[in-house]
Design a protein around this ligand. Structure first.
Ligand SMILES: [Zn+2]
Length: 431
């Protein structure tokens, strides 16, 4: 399969043609010709390397009423993603070689994006004993990222053991930083608004205490800790200080934490209920600044589909989580590019190169997050940055509808996505 992409602006720069052949970028330059190629006219479109999500909940196995590998990776492709890391809090939990291989195979069969299973750190996510980390690493899925996401590995000794264990195969522990004793029953950001709404508060320190502890543990055993969904100014400052000292930490922020604030909780609409909670405008400013200066390495979606019945209820009873895959690039354009904080080249780093590096999937046959250059795998997304769209949840490919961006006007639209030279999305629709 050969494709000639005409006139795309690589990383937002001058237009060029790309010839995609046998899964690779064969040639880049002006005025390319190839008579047997399918042609995609990309005038005015920006080309970025295929996006890589470090934090996706695909819900399969076990909650196929919320999402499946098929629908979740369709949503990913439509969002410009060519790879997603699938979190382990499925039913059963992805804590054995058998389950991670099942998820990995389902991803291969679906073919919309590479699925990289994340393995659980503790068996059953119970926080008591380590899961079969080595067996998952050695499995066909070749797991390198481990996380109990949804829950915190709160036991310091277990966290230390996990960090030590994964060093042998260059793995990483992705921590959902939430001190459980400080967040028992918590419903939204702690503060004046929570008091007024009568919802139990979730203090910033519950996140920051774990971030600080785990950076110190990782440094102590010389292993790599990755902090999931940083949401507070204090957590950004701790990571910044740690990086200045050269400590082995990376961090991610979600699109919703870059845009939305706790004020939305005043609607009591559970679509705004998320873990960690939406914070204050001051935190949002710190997260944007942290992403701009590289303190925060990655934008990760924390795409968390829930069926209607788990969200269409009272705030206290509703599930935590928001959709993200089909809106992430638009939210990043709105919050980071149109504010002048990031260039498109920076976006390629934060949404493709950096997550692929942290996910250990930027080399080998199925390499992701590689530069747009001749000889590299033909993983790319073409987007039209000039479009404005009003988000309608009914148009999403995800099985679920719990987007916090419903009715909002967002910039940008993914026109095409290529996975190893094969279009997964064309003209904004699944190919
Ligand atoms: Zn989480």
């Amino acid at each position: 399969m050969t494709w000639l992409v005409r006139g795309a602006r690589l990383l937002g720069s001058e237009p060029a043609d790309l010839l995609l052949r046998d899964g690779r970028i064969d040639e880049i330059g002006p005025g390319l010709a190839e008579k047997n190629a399918s042609v995609l006219v990309a005038d005015g479109l920006i080309a970025l390397p295929g996006l890589v999500d470090l934090h996706t909940h695909l819900r399969e196995p076990g909650r196929e009423d919320a999402e499946t590998v098929e629908t979740g990776t369709q949503a990913a492709a439509l969002g410009g993603y060519t790879a997603v890391h699938a979190m382990a809090n499925t039913e059963p939990v992805a804590d054995t070689a058998g389950v991670v291989e099942q998820v990995w195979r389902l991803g291969r069969e679906a073919g919309h994006a590479d699925v990289r299973p994340v393995g659980a750190v503790t068996a059953g996510l119970d926080g008591d004993r380590l899961a079969e980390l080595g067996a998952m690493a050695d499995s066909a899925a070749r797991v390198r990222v481990f996380s109990d996401d949804g829950r915190c590995v709160s036991d310091a000794l277990l966290m230390r053991r996990a960090l030590e264990y994964v060093k042998a195969f260059d793995g990483v522990i992705a921590q959902h930083a939430q001190e459980p004793r400080l967040t028992d029953g918590a419903q939204m950001n702690e503060g004046e608004l929570a008091g007024r709404l009568g919802l139990r508060g979730w203090p910033s320190v519950a996140e920051e205490a774990v971030v600080a502890r785990d950076i110190l543990l990782a440094a102590h055993v010389e292993s790599h800790v990755h902090i999931c969904h940083v949401s507070t100014r204090g957590a950004v400052e701790i990571v910044r200080l740690a990086k200045r000292r050269g400590l082995p930490v990376t961090a991610e922020v979600t699109p919703h934490h870059l845009l939305l604030t706790e004020d939305l909780a005043a609607t009591y609409d559970p679509r705004y209920k998320v873990n960690p909670p939406l914070r204050m405008a001051d935190d949002v400013g710190a997260l944007r600044a942290g992403l701009a200066d590289g303190t925060i390495d990655v934008v990760a979606t924390d795409h968390a589909p829930h069926p209607v019945e788990d969200k269409d209820c009272e705030w206290d009873a509703a599930a935590f989580g928001m959709l993200g895959l089909e809106t992430a690039l638009s939210v990043v354009q709105a919050t980071m590019v149109e504010t002048g904080l990031l260039s498109w080249s920076d976006v390629a780093d934060r949404l493709s190169a950096a997550p692929a590096r942290i996910g250990r999937c930027n080399s080998g046959d199925a390499a992701q997050g590689r530069p747009l250059a001749a000889g590299e795998p033909a993983n790319l997304v073409l987007l039209d940055p000039t479009v404005r769209r009003v988000l309608d949840a009914r148009e999403l490919a995800s099985l679920s509808r719990n987007t916090p961006f419903e009715g909002m006007t967002l910039p940008g639209r993914v026109v095409a996505t290529f996975l190893r030279g094969r279009p997964t999305v064309l003209d904004g629709k699944l190919a």
